[in-house]
Ligand binder design. Structure first.
Ligand code: BGC
Length: 482
């Protein structure tokens, strides 16, 4: 469990705290245990009741070769027709909260807010009311990667028009659901959707990702201010944003490797979080300097990273009630020996990444079980962003078997890490397991299984069956709450 490279001091602290909680992990009584999903990954009914085509419908229909098994989310878990079944298994788990996302194309088929699709509204109303009936708090993500294909054709997240269109869409969500939804997440993992601008082009690699970060931050801030100025007084909810970050551990304790690991964190997390959560706002200094330096070497007239004006810095700064973090795994980062001046994000980041082969693997090549990484990441968030309120909005492991001991070990280890971090003063208020059930795992299609519940995708009813981890999580929560 302990990697031989990590700094001796950190390891010692981790070792001592883990020893203390061994067998008796304990969370504060009001800690929220939840479970999460997202619209495109589970809903299906891709063109039903006026829902329009999303960027993911388009991608999977026209470029199936990009998905491992050439599948799509046309039916997925059929959640659009299976609300009762979903509610039943959410209740069965004994969670206090359910995190799901809204499909923009289901409630605003044209992308614009002038025409609302009442059937879409009805679906989410039924889900929200069903959760509340059983005292389960809905946590709603407004954007989890799917938007109207019509807007994608206008450049998607590289078009500044998205700022107003997103804010209009969010306003509809507040308007229709905000009387009952008190926990909003504007965006899920901008680092991931901004890396997907248009793969393999100079535009995507060296520009699009930064432009997307800039546009996303402005859309987020605009939405936050709309909520606070127009809705908060009546609705009294909280609104935040969810990032993703791997924990990047320096491969050795050399100054260069420590700097490389910090660079990796600033480009993955800081690029999206610094402007909102750091003391002074703006993009991180390390990112600004590095992209400016590379851009100058590449003969650009100015940095490829957009510059935030002081007005923009002010408007974006502090626009979140909580810091949502999705965390799955860790890597070992070192300073590379290669030099390149190619225009690319990876060259800008300029690190080598590896893993310790002793870290247990999952079904997904990128995901290994490294529980102490979450502990380090939570302490890093506390120290870097002034100890914000944190929700771990996703954490999970892929394994197919019903007897999923790998996933159970993973959850045990990661939950211990969360408890350790809380004991050290990290302000973590909730944890959501990913995922309620197997679902459409983006480019992996249905080949990677993250569900506490197995889903039979060849059964027209998409029968859900609990894995061992579902029973384990339920018992764990019951224990914590008794
Ligand atoms: C995403 C989920 C995805 C999970 C596992 C996260 O990056 O938010 O949608 O299923 O990772 O890959």
């Amino acid at each position: 469990m302990f990697n031989s490279y990590c700094l001796i001091f950190n390891c010692l602290i981790t070792f001592i705290t883990l020893q203390n909680v061994e067998g008796s992990v304990s969370f504060p009584k009001d800690f929220i245990f939840g479970v999460a999903t997202s619209a495109y990954q589970i809903e299906g009914a891709w063109n039903e009741s006026e829902k329009s085509e999303s960027n993911w419908d388009y991608k999977t229909h026209f470029y199936p070769e990009n998905v491992n098994d050439h599948s799509n989310g046309d039916i997925a878990c059929d959640s659009y027709h299976q609300i009762d079944e979903d509610l039943k298994i959410i209740r069965e788990l004994g969670v206090q909260s359910y995190r799901f996302s809204i499909a923009w194309t289901r409630i605003l088929p044209d992308g614009f807010s002038n025409r609302v699709n009442e059937d879409g509204i009805r679906y989410y109303n039924k889900l929200i009311d069903g959760l509340l009936r059983y005292n389960i708090t809905p946590s709603v993500t407004i954007y989890h990667w799917d938007h109207p294909q019509s807007l994608q054709e206008m450049g998607g997240w590289t078009n500044t028009l998205m700022i107003d269109l997103f804010a209009d869409y969010a306003r509809i969500a507040f308007e229709y659901f905000g009387d009952r939804v008190k926990h909003w997440i504007t965006f899920n993992e901008p680092d991931l959707f901004c890396s997907d601008i248009k793969r393999g082009t100079v535009f995507s690699d060296g520009f699009g990702r930064y432009l997307c970060a800039y546009i996303m931050l402005k859309a987020h801030a605009k939405t936050y201010h709309i909520y606070k100025n127009e809705y908060y007084i009546k609705q009294k909810g909280k609104i935040g944003i969810t990032y993703s970050s791997t924990w990047h551990e320096p491969k050795t304790n050399s100054t260069e490797d420590i700097a490389a690991a910090k660079r990796a964190l600033e480009f993955e997390l800081g690029l999206f979080a610094n402007a909102i959560f750091s003391k002074d706002g703006d993009f991180p200094k390390i990112v600004k300097e590095r992209v400016a330096f590379m851009s100058a070497r590449q003969n650009f007239s100015k940095s490829r990273l957009p510059e935030l004006t002081s007005e923009e810095i002010k408007t974006i700064h502090g626009t979140a009630d909580f810091f949502g973090i999705n965390h799955y795994t860790s890597d070992l980062v070192s300073d590379p020996s290669w030099e390149s001046f190619e225009v690319s994000y990876d060259v800008d980041v300029h690190v080598d990444r590896g893993v310790d082969p002793s870290w247990p693997g999952s079904e997904s090549g990128w995901l290994r079980d490294v529980p102490w990484g979450l502990h380090h990441l939570l302490v890093y968030i506390k120290d870097t962003y002034n100890n914000p309120i944190v929700y771990i909005t996703e954490n999970g492991f892929s394994q197919f078997e019903l007897q999923d001991d790998g996933r159970v070990n993973y959850f045990k280890g990661y939950l211990e890490s969360v408890a350790n971090a809380i004991a050290e003063g990290c302000n973590v208020l909730g944890y959501y397991a990913w995922s309620l059930m197997d679902n459409f795992e983006w480019n992996a299609g249905y080949t990677h299984h993250f569900g506490l519940y197995h889903v039979n995708f060849s059964d027209p009813n998409r029968a859900r069956t609990p894995r061992r981890s579902a029973f384990w999580y339920k018992d764990f929560i019951t224990d914590q709450k008794s």
